[in-house]
Ligand binder design. Structure first.
Ligand SMILES: [Zn+2]
Length: 371
């Protein structure tokens, strides 16, 4: 199956850094979830890094040696390197959460010189911005509701990083409990100190407001699940924790997108996508961050149970453009390899395998986000 000419929709990715900030980020640091510099040296010996360097040697038409590839990418102007990566990636559209990286990233508009971009609104970042401008809980409530009701016109989804802010086992809180939680941080807010939103009642409150706005707009809500940097407790990033939300009839019509295949909870993610009509699962970050065997195994686990119409491609690229290119290249390769196995196993006809590949890489996102 040759998917190399198929334009794909990257349904979850992030902004690139400015050239100055990117110059301080080693390529190996972009290819790991580790944030401790001591770990980056080890990352250079991961299968992911070795493979990425080899693939990039092909893109940059240089010798397949780490020092040569690093020199070659540094010799290119940042805009030129980005253009090369994004053009060759053959992306039809990127859905971009521009709330990360938080500092020194390029504006969303800059990315549009290379490829069409729609925006994903990062809930916790929005809530923190509004918190900084709110004086009372009712003020916070009113402002956040208004922001979610009137998002910028290019927004097509909301996203929550609750997994990074205490975990996905968020507890419901009464209105009084949520207001009391706000009072607890009010002295920081009024003193002009930016508050990092890690308070479960407020996060749950913001998620419920986002769900009700998503219902009105017809927007999906993406959840970070599974692997991430050490800022999250992986045990609490298991998508099974979303059950109370998925069982709540009020939100049964809000599409929920489980990001990163929930890795390593891929089967749990597949199960949810198989039994809840509103649940979808994406395999970004798994592609391009795992070994080839790992990427295929993750997609196989999703397909063990989840219908192909519930599976979505993304790269979760951020900071450097090579991640977009590697994601698109390895996403196509992984989808082709896994679906070809199903053809050999006589589960799919070759024509059906091609149809499902197009669905996973492009058409499911069109339907889900009404693109
Ligand atoms: Zn992401």
């Amino acid at each position: 199956m040759d998917l190399s000419t198929l334009p794909v929709v990257d349904q979850h990715a992030h902004s690139l850094l400015t050239a100055e900030a990117a110059a301080r980020l080693p390529l190996a640091a972009a290819l790991t979830e580790a944030t401790d510099p001591r770990q980056v040296e080890h990352t250079r010996h991961s299968l992911t890094y070795r493979r990425s360097v080899s693939l990039l040697a092909g893109l940059l038409s240089c010798e397949d040696r780490e020092d040569t590839v690093l020199r070659c990418r540094r010799s290119l102007d940042w805009t030129e390197l980005t253009r090369r990566c994004l053009t060759d990636a053959n992306l039809q559209l990127i859905l971009m959460d521009d709330g990360f990286p938080a500092d020194e990233s390029l504006p969303l508009e800059w990315h549009r010189q290379f490829v069409p971009v729609r925006r994903i609104l990062r809930l916790e970042r929005l809530a923190e911005d509004i918190l900084a401008a709110s004086r009372t809980f009712s003020d916070f409530h009113t402002r956040l509701t208004a922001a979610l009701d009137n998002p910028p016109p290019d927004v097509c989804a909301f996203k929550s990083i609750a997994a990074y802010r205490g975990g996905l086992d968020f507890q419901t809180a009464s209105a009084a409990g949520t207001a009391a939680c706000f009072e607890g941080i009010r002295s920081d807010v009024t003193a002009g100190r930016r508050v990092r939103l890690v308070h479960q009642p407020l996060i749950h409150f913001a998620i419920e407001l986002a769900l009700s706005a998503a219902l009105r707009h017809g927007f999906p809500l993406q959840f970070h699940t599974g692997l991430g940097d050490t800022d999250l407790d992986l045990r609490l990033a298991n998508p099974l924790h979303l059950r109370p939300l998925l069982e709540d009839r009020r939100w049964a019509d809000v599409p929920i997108v489980i990001l990163h295949a929930g890795w390593p909870f891929c089967r749990e993610a597949a199960y949810l996508a198989a039994v809840y009509p509103q649940v979808y699962v994406d395999f970004g970050l798994v592609v391009p961050l795992l070994s080839r065997a790992g990427m295929r195994s993750a997609l196989r686990r999703l397909l063990e149970l989840a219908p192909a119409t519930k599976i979505l491609f993304s790269s979760d690229a951020h900071s450097v453009p090579e991640l977009y290119w590697l994601g698109a290249r390895l996403g196509r390769e992984t989808v082709a390899a896994v679906l070809e196995e199903s053809v050999h196993q006589k589960e799919l006809l070759p024509s059906a395998a091609e149809e499902l590949a197009v669905a996973i890489l492009r058409d499911n996102a069109h339907r889900l986000y009404r693109l």
